[in-house]
Write a protein that binds this ligand. Structure first.
Ligand code: G3I
Length: 457
């Protein structure tokens, strides 16, 4: 399969024409001489990452760290950033094991997914029996303290983990946090945004891979609601733990695409697939290709390195065997990533990405749009980036010639069509120099030609 660079993508129409005229035959792909040889490097070819869960207790194992250092460019602490680990006693925070993982990752230029700020499980004993306002405040304090401690070091936080119930209802899971009020999730997201405006904020869950499942639909409706009301959410994590009882669904790519169409990134956050040999390899191939086919599927994390490191070790669900040897599943993922090239494609919608920006000037700002367009509708996500000095407020002007805004998030708009002026909301007015914030809107018709421009205000 031909590996594509951004230059070669631009040349495709020309090459195709020449090929037709001169040899009248299909393009013959050159050998994959430059194929990447590690998962991280292969994923980077399309601007994605490939990560793993890491356990601090295994960092003394040189086989483990050898594979970690070589293969992965994103790291998630398997247990060390959870509530019980980071706040074992109320208001006494403990970051030793988490820091060992964070420091190792940062020293090697790897990025970090934070997991997880608020969860009904793995709570410290003192929190388990709390309720009402005391629990709500303790949870928000935890989110604020931990996200502040790691401010600037985390690519994406799983702000809330596993808050939806399994089964047919599609509603929330009962938990002490849920009993503090249905708005506990959005309160956690707002606290996380205030504490670390640079981190992407994700909702993360399992059994949300099959588009037809009520739980998937429930999470989808929550994200849609958050987007429409300006609750700061940037991404949805699909844990994607698969086995024979819970196989990779045939509509997996549809699920990824439909979440992405809400204007959020999608990440596969805890991938493992029980099995062995070619059937396991082909399932890994399907999952990898599904992510590559969705523009906003920004990366994949496997939940451990060797089979023996897995929480489901008996199911041999990972990419390396207990001795650290690459399995068939490893090769299928690497090949799929190498085949993916830089230009993700979409089968269910017409997706285009347009980027325009204006000159920031001294202390100004730039605006860039990522447009997800399908037949009759669109989602536009606009990234506002501060210039050489911090923003205290910003305004973005867009042009909608053939479309109408139906809802927006994280900004106030002046109208629904023609020239629309957007201004910051309270929580994203302040943007440090060189850093970014995002807002967005969805609409009917076409979002083409938005041509955003930004001014500091
Ligand atoms: O560290 C102690 C050890 O000192 C003690 O002797 C031993 C006795 O049971 O327990 C050890 O702690 C275990 C810990 O993993 C570290 O190995 C806990 O019992 C065990 O419950 C814990 O399991 C973790 C599980 O989350 C807890 O819910 C798994 O490692 C971890 O992989 C798993 O990760 C979760 C994600 O966070 C969310 N999605 C599902 C995923 C798999 O369950």
């Amino acid at each position: 399969m031909m590996r594509l660079t951004s230059k070669s993508v631009a040349l495709i129409p020309i090459i195709a024409t020449v090929a037709t005229v001169v040899i009248g035959a299909t393009l013959i792909a050159p050998p994959a001489a430059n194929a990447a040889t590690t998962l991280g490097a292969a994923a980077q070819q399309s601007g994605r990452y490939f990560g793993t869960a890491v356990a601090a207790g295994r960092l003394g194992d040189s086989t483990y760290t050898g594979i970690l250092n070589r293969e992965f460019d994103m790291v998630t602490a398997e247990n060390e950033m959870k509530m019980d680990a980071t706040e074992p006693n109320q208001n006494q925070f403990s970051y030793g094991n988490a820091d060992r993982i964070v420091n190792l990752a940062r020293n090697q230029g790897k990025r970090i997914r934070g997991h997880a700020l608020a969860w009904h499980s793995q709570q410290p004993r003192w929190m388990e029996n709390m309720s009402g306002t005391a629990l709500r405040n303790a949870m928000l304090n935890h989110v604020t303290q931990v996200a502040t401690y790691y401010r600037g070091k985390i690519y994406a936080w799983d702000v809330v983990n596993e808050a939806f119930a399994d089964g047919s209802g599609g509603g929330r899971r009962d938990s002490n946090l849920q009993r503090t009020g249905n708005d506990w999730i959005e309160a956690a997201f707002r606290a996380a945004r205030a504490a670390d405006p640079g981190a992407k904020l994700c909702y993360n869950d399992y059994n949300t891979d099959d588009w037809s499942h009520a739980k998937t639909q429930g999470v989808y409706r929550m994200v849609q609601d958050f987007k429409s009301r300006g609750v700061p959410i940037d991404c949805v994590g699909l844990q994607s733990h698969f086995n024979s009882q819970s196989p990779v669904p045939s509509n997996y790519q549809t699920t990824l695409q439909n979440f992405a169409n809400l204007g959020v990134d999608v990440q596969i956050t805890e991938l493992d697939i029980e099995g062995s040999g070619s059937s396991q390899a082909s399932n890994y191939d399907r999952v990898t290709r599904a992510c590559l086919a969705v523009t906003r599927c920004t990366g994949i994390t496997v939940w451990g390195i060797r089979d023996t490191d897995s929480w489901r070790a008996s199911g041999t669900p990972l990419l390396f065997d207990g001795n650290g040897n690459k399995k068939a599943a490893y090769n299928s993922v690497l090949d799929a990533l190498n085949a993916g090239g830089p230009g993700p494609t979409s089968t269910t919608t017409t997706t285009t990405t347009t980027t325009t920006s204006n000159d920031p000037g001294t202390g100004g700002c730039t605006a860039a749009v990522s447009l997800n367009q399908w037949n009759g509708g669109f989602v536009a996500t606009i990234k506002v980036t501060a210039g050489s000095s911090a923003l205290r407020g910003w305004r973005v002007t867009t042009t909608l010639s053939n479309g109408t805004v139906t809802s927006s998030w994280s900004a106030n708009g002046s109208g629904t069509s023609g020239t629309v002026n957007w201004s910051n909301v309270d929580y994203n007015a302040n943007v440090p120099a060189g850093q970014s914030t995002e807002f967005g809107f969805q609409g009917n018709g076409s979002g083409a030609g938005l041509n955003p421009s930004c001014t500091a205000s």
